[in-house]
Structure formats: structure tokens, C-alpha cells
Design a protein around this ligand. Structure first.
Ligand SMILES: O=C[C@H](O)COP(=O)(O)O
Length: 234
């Protein structure tokens, strides 16, 4: 189980990287759950991480705008992201999701085929009226994406486990693997969720609040990243 930690700037990225995260994920919570940060922040993070970990960057909680999304994805790739992550937020149909992901994947892979596209659905999809994450593995595989993920769309402290239980998260994970994709689980995860996450077996878990001491609006703490790395390895 790899650990993706989401810093918001260069300083937090150094802490996440030194603390031992497997993937350093640049985002901008001011613009939403998967809010996009600026190209120069992605470049700065890439420089300070200095090859210790791959860099991920979110491009936003998207609606049905394949052109805008493809251009944003190319921007994140060109700024240095190895994983380009999109949230299918205001997306309701399989057709919309497929077109959005196909165009993003083309933009990224035409630029550099080694870069990975992460299609993120939301565990709280019912309350935000978004597409079900269970539909995403088939669509992401058809679009040529690499990873499917769930995160929470509304960051109000409610955890993914309040919207999808262990059985559903396991189903989502197994489905991703059946389609040859990696999968990631995020959304206000807590230290006490680690044993059940181990049982579910995602390839990646994504965190911010957990390594900020519970409040994702405060800064990432190195000792908590180190604690999480140690617990994931134990
Ligand atoms: O990609 C991971 C997210 O940043 C998770 O953030 P959170 O743990 O605060 O919900």
C-alpha cells in the first residue's frame, strides 16, 4: 500500500518527502477537494523533491469540459507531474466520463507516455450528484487511464467510510484490478482506518488531514507522516 500525501506548497512538500511519502501530490484545497495548484508550485515541488518521489498534481473537480480538462492536464504534465489527477465532480453520465478521460489521457500520453492519469470519483457521489465510482474502472480502462480513485467531494470532515463501507471499497478495488488498473482510496482517512484499509488492499491511500493532526486546513507534520509510513510498513 503506497502512501500519497497532499501538500499545498513547497514547504509542506519538503516535509511530505522527507517524512517518507511514496507520492507527493500537489493540490490547492482553496479550489475544492481536487483543486488545481499553479504551474510554478508544481515546478517548485518537483525541484525540491528532487527525484526522491514521483509528483502528482490535481487539475480540479471537473465538470463536462473535455477541452479545458485536456489543456489543464497537459499543463500539469509539462510542469513536472508524473501522475495527473482529475476529479469527475459534475459528471453524471458514462458518455461524459469517457470523453473527458479519453481527451485528458490523449493530452498527457501524447506529451509523455510514461506519465500516469488518475481518474477520481467521489465516495460521497450521491450527495454531490456525481457518477458512481463503480462505473469508473471500465471507463478509465477504455480511456487508457492508469489509476482509479475515490476521494470525498465535500471536505466537511466526513470520511469516505461514512459513504462507502468496507465491502463496497473492496468491490471498487477488485473491480479496478480486474480492469488492469491501480486504485487509490482517500477522503478524511484516519490512523484507526489502517487495519481495514490493509484488508481492502488498495494500491495507494491518499491523505492530508490525517498527517495535519486531523484538521486539513493546518500544515502537514513530519512526525505524523513518519508515523503513517511506519504503520503502513508494519
Ligand atoms: O488525495 C488525497 C486527499 O488530499 C485527501 O485529503 P484528506 O485526507 O484531508 O481528505
Amino acid at each position: 500500500m503506497k502512501l500519497l500525501v497532499s501538500p499545498i506548497d513547497r514547504e509542506e512538500a519538503i516535509i511530505a518527502s522527507i517524512g517518507g511519502a511514496d507520492i507527493v501530490d500537489v493540490k490547492n484545497p482553496k479550489e475544492g477537494s481536487l483543486g488545481a495548484n499553479f504551474p510554478w508550485v508544481i515546478r517548485e515541488v518537483k525541484a525540491v523533491v528532487n527525484g526522491r518521489q514521483p509528483i502528482s498534481a490535481t487539475i480540479g473537480d471537473f465538470n463536462y469540459k473535455p477541452g479545458t480538462a485536456a489543456l489543464a492536464a497537459l499543463g500539469a504534465a509539462a510542469a513536472g507531474a508524473d501522475y495527473i489527477k482529475v476529479g469527475l465532480f459534475d459528471i453524471q453520465t458514462e458518455e461524459q466520463a469517457l470523453e473527458l478521460l479519453t481527451k485528458i489521457t490523449r493530452a498527457v500520453k501524447d506529451y509523455d507516455p510514461s506519465k500516469k492519469v488518475v481518474a477520481s470519483g467521489y465516495s460521497d457521489y450521491k450527495r454531490i450528484n456525481s457518477i458512481s465510482p463503480f462505473l469508473l474502472p471500465a471507463i478509465a480502462a477504455e480511456a487508457g487511464a492508469d489509476v482509479v480513485m475515490v476521494d470525498t467531494g465535500i471536505k466537511d470532515g466526513k470520511s469516505t467510510f461514512e459513504f462507502m463501507d468496507e465491502k463496497e471499497l473492496k468491490e471498487f478495488t477488485d473491480l479496478a484490478h480486474r480492469y488492469g488498473l491501480e486504485n487509490a482510496i482517500a477522503g478524511s482517512l484516519k490512523f484507526e482506518d489502517l487495519p481495514v484499509l490493509e484488508k481492502i488492499g488498495p494500491d495507494i491511500i491518499g491523505v492530508r488531514g490525517m498527517v495535519c493532526g486531523g484538521d486539513r486546513r493546518t500544515a502537514i507534520r513530519q512526525e505524523l507522516v513518519e508515523k503513517l509510513v511506519a504503520e503502513c510498513q508494519a
